[in-house]
Ligand binder design. Sequence first.
Ligand SMILES: Cc1cc2nc3c(=O)[nH]c(=O)nc-3n(C[C@H](O)[C@H](O)[C@H](O)COP(=O)(O)O)c2cc1C
Length: 137
Amino acid sequence: MSVVIRYFTKSKKGNTEKIAKFISEKLGVEALDITNPLTEKTETLILVNAMYAADIDNRIKDFLKDNKDNIGEVVNVNSAASGSSTYKAVKKTCDKYGISMSDKEFHTVASWIFINKGRPNQADFDRLATFLEQFKA
Ligand SMILES: Cc1cc2nc3c(=O)[nH]c(=O)nc-3n(C[C@H](O)[C@H](O)[C@H](O)COP(=O)(O)O)c2cc1C
């Protein structure tokens, strides 16, 4: 299975980047930010993202649009302070551009300003490690 990791991180905490780097280590696949286009067709795009103002950032939407021809299937890995997944927002964009989206997803609560301090924590990363087993070559 060909797996590629792309992420977009916005806050100074860099939660999404931390999650992407963890996935990279577990799968032995480089994690790059979304300024790096997909240069060849991939079966699985692990898209690591977060909720901002009850949506995903427009740069994620543009990345999906610009790279649609090289994406077999999107797997959504995401965090939010509220515990609400970005799945619906990512799916809406995927549907718009005819991109397949897996129903498998990983979501975790994450820190934001003064709430959810220390999240994602060890237990969240343990859960993520279990989720990633299915993507190991
Ligand atoms: C500008 C901004 C807006 C946010 N808006 C929401 C929101 O509407 N709902 C929510 O649950 N979390 C919200 N969050 C929390 C983020 O989803 C959470 O902190 C996430 O882990 C941030 O990832 P990052 O550090 O990679 O940017 C927001 C965070 C930021 C920085």
